[in-house]
Design a protein around this ligand. Structure first.
Ligand code: GDP
Length: 368
């Protein structure tokens, strides 16, 4: 589940955002594990370190890390009761690893709001309730099954059911009030016990405020309200102007893009921020491989040990892992060549127990 689902009420700017995200599609041949469907976008992760490493190594080819975004249309009021494309929608959203909830903060008399007014907090509540109710149904179904398990002949099954029972009760009470499962203070062990429910409101989430161009430089009231709410709710916030992002995305060259951003008074496109925040929400990190043929960013799950990180390149690398030769990209930026790093004693040799760090440059040794 290494993807982010984009959700939101109709007409908030989801499609606009999704097409901006996917306007420069990553070369999918490099990423055989990605699913290719019309509503799935494989998006390069902006990472200034990649260009810097490339500057010192001069490879023939540069390949960025990618992250998958899924456009999940069809969330309307009543979705949890099967309104609209309700059930289909909920099925899709259960399968993503994190949620980007787009909320409309822009005024535009030409764009109809489904409720007839622009009120991001009310929209957040509407969607929050649908998602909580969908989870409620899941939990109640599990409670029904538990009755049998509590009477099982197998003690291990019985014990597990006993441990799960009070957690389900807590979840029901919270979800009935529209409270997200992620906010009821379950510890990691408890989360593990209810993990197989795949609750939607347990997934990490951020709000993406879609504002008018005029609101990019100074924060509007609606954004301030969303931020305050997000803080109480443990969610992130990113502010973008969907319309502007789609104009930037349509530009061909990097130079044109930076010119455009500068003219709009922005340091970085909101889209780039959103992509990186999505990547972080999924608990993903990046290491690099660097050689004359290719410099490449690889994605690995935080806390991965060296063999597991090697397995991202090829399963053979994991199976036959011997050791990794490693340095951190920041050391390269200071000393400017691998040769220099070697002389300075900055090249490390790491074994099976090494926990890979974000920004490591690795060279794997393995048996075939
Ligand atoms: P979706 O239903 O959530 O996928 O919304 P769309 O992306 O289709 O957008 C609905 C309408 O809002 C379209 O006419 C867009 O052009 C318009 N729209 C999207 N983002 C913005 C924005 O940032 N500003 C303004 N003024 N209009 C926008």
């Amino acid at each position: 589940q290494l993807n982010c689902g984009i959700v939101g009420l109709p007409n908030v700017g989801k499609s606009t955002l999704f097409s901006a995200l996917t306007s420069a599609p990553a070369e999918v041949a490099n990423y055989p594990f990605c699913t290719i469907e019309p509503n799935v976008g494989i998006v390069s992760v902006p990472d200034s370190r990649l260009a810097k490493i490339t500057g010192f190594v001069n490879p023939k080819k540069v390949i960025p890390a990618v992250v998958e975004f899924v456009d999940i249309a069809g969330l309307v009021k009543g979705a949890s009761k099967g309104e609209g494309l309700g059930n289909k929608f909920l099925g899709h959203i259960r399968q993503v690893g994190a949620i980007i909830h787009v909320v409309r903060c822009f005024d535009d008399p030409d764009v109809v709001h489904v409720e007839g007014r622009v009120d991001p907090l009310a929209d957040i509540e509407t969607i929050g309730i649908e998602l909580a109710f969908a989870d409620l149904e899941t939990v109640q179904k599990r409670q029904g099954n538990l009755v049998k398990l509590l009477k099982s002949q197998d003690k291990a099954v019985r014990d597990k059911a006993r441990a799960v029972e009070p957690l389900l009760q807590r979840l029901v009470e919270a979800l009935e009030n529209g409270t997200s499962a992620r906010n009821i203070g379950l510890d990691p062990a408890q989360r593990l016990l209810v993990q197989d429910l795949h609750l939607i409101t347990m997934k990490p989430q951020l709000y993406c405020c879609n504002v008018g161009e005029e609101d990019l430089e100074s924060e509007n009231d609606r954004v301030a309200k969303v931020k305050a709410f997000a803080e109480s709710d443990g969610s992130g916030v990113v502010v973008i102007c969907g319309k502007l992002e789609s104009e930037i995305a349509a530009l061909d060259s990097v130079a044109e893009k930076s010119e455009f951003l500068e003219a709009a008074g922005l340091e970085e496109s909101g889209l780039d921020q959103l992509i990186r925040m999505g990547y972080d929400m999924l608990g993903l990190m990046t290491y690099f491989t660097a050689g004359p043929k290719e410099v490449r960013a690889w994605t690995f799950p935080a806390e991965a040990k060296a063999p597991q990180a090697a397995g991202v390149i090829h399963t053979d690398f994991e199976r036959g892992f011997i050791r990794a030769e490693a340095y951190h990209c920041e050391d390269l930026f200071v000393h400017e060549s691998e040769q220099k790093l070697r002389e300075m004693g900055k090249l490390r040799v790491e074994g099976k127990e090494y926990t890979v760090k974000d920004g490591d440059v690795l060279h794997f040794r393995f048996n075939v």
